[in-house]
Write a protein that binds this ligand. Structure first.
Ligand SMILES: Nc1ncnc2c1ncn2[C@@H]1O[C@H](COP(=O)(O)OP(=O)(O)OP(=O)(O)O)[C@@H](O)[C@H]1O
Ligand SMILES: [Mg+2]
Length: 257
């Protein structure tokens, strides 16, 4: 496997929705003791743009998310949001500025209702009745309004994923990080989530999504980054990345194709 291929894979300009990048990261490296989980990764996200992040298990995708959202410290590199250097900012500071994420393993407060789970996040933005109205609005957006009073523990997987998304949206982000929101869902559940993500991007939200399901990445992403062993393997237009020999090789034998 040749690592890394830094040259653009296409001479076509990549479709980039609008304006200057909201989020920019350059040369991000994350080391855990002797393990380099992420090595020299750079990316940019514009309002309304969907950036797809793919790569085999253990490639470093979640660790890169953690570095961008402040949950782990980058050993090297720089992150800016809306022109401000946030390389050393705490997760809650980044959240306040407009970055929200979902977790690969969703973890709602099981005993709280769906509405209460979203309220926890909504209260960071609004007070009293305004927070409640906001939480309801978010539940409407993700199609969970009719489940507002149910305990989170009673939701099926597809609805738990949408609750995870609702909690992130309640923070009114400008860039949203989705860590495998679609993997494991049945085809109708996948289609609903794809439609929802597309609508969110059309409303101007920048989205960074980790996903293993290739046709989902292909249909949603404006730009794709493929990582393997922490490094950049290929990036560019989704179709070009999917057809890249190194990318195909990295996925061979992997059971997530
Ligand atoms: N907190 C940590 N301490 C030590 N090593 C870690 C830590 N978090 C991740 N790693 C290691 O970093 C590497 C990248 O892991 P990461 O979870 O980022 O991969 P991933 O691409 O998200 O994988 P998956 O597709 O399975 O979710 C792996 O080798 C993992 O074991
Ligand atoms: Mg992961």
């Amino acid at each position: 496997m040749t690592l890394p291929s830094l040259t653009p894979l296409t001479s076509e300009p990549v479709h980039a929705p609008s304006g200057p990048p909201l989020l920019e990261a350059s040369g991000i490296t994350v080391r855990f003791g002797g393990v380099t989980a992420v090595k020299n990764i750079s990316l940019a996200v514009r309002p309304g743009e969907i950036l797809g992040l793919i790569g085999p298990n253990g490639a470093g995708k979640t660790t890169l998310f953690n570095a961008l959202t402040g949950f782990v410290r980058a050993s090297e590199g720089r992150v800016t949001f809306d022109g401000r250097d946030i390389t050393h900012a705490q997760p809650q500071v980044r959240a306040k500025m407009g970055m929200a994420r979902t977790f690969q393993v969703e973890r709602p407060f099981e005993d709280l209702s769906v509405l209460e789970n979203v309220l926890v996040a909504a209260f960071l933005k609004h007070r009293g009745r305004a927070a409640e109205n906001h939480a309801y609005d978010v539940l409407e957006r993700v199609g969970l309004a009719d489940r507002a009073a149910q305990p989170a523990s009673q939701l099926n997987l597809a609805r738990r994923r949408r609750l995870e998304l609702a909690k992130a949206l309640a923070l009114e982000p400008r860039v949203l990080f989705l860590d495998e929101s679609i993997a494991g869902l049945n085809p109708p559940g996948q289609q609903e989530m794809v439609a929802l993500i597309r609508t969110l991007a059309q409303s101007g939200l920048g989205i960074v999504m980790v996903e293993h399901i290739m046709h989902v990445i292909m249909s949603l992403s404006d730009h794709v980054i493929c990582m393997a062993f922490g490094e950049l393997l290929a990036e560019g237009d989704p179709h070009d990345v999917a057809a890249h020999p190194d990318v195909i090789r990295a996925y061979l034998g992997d059971d997530h194709d």
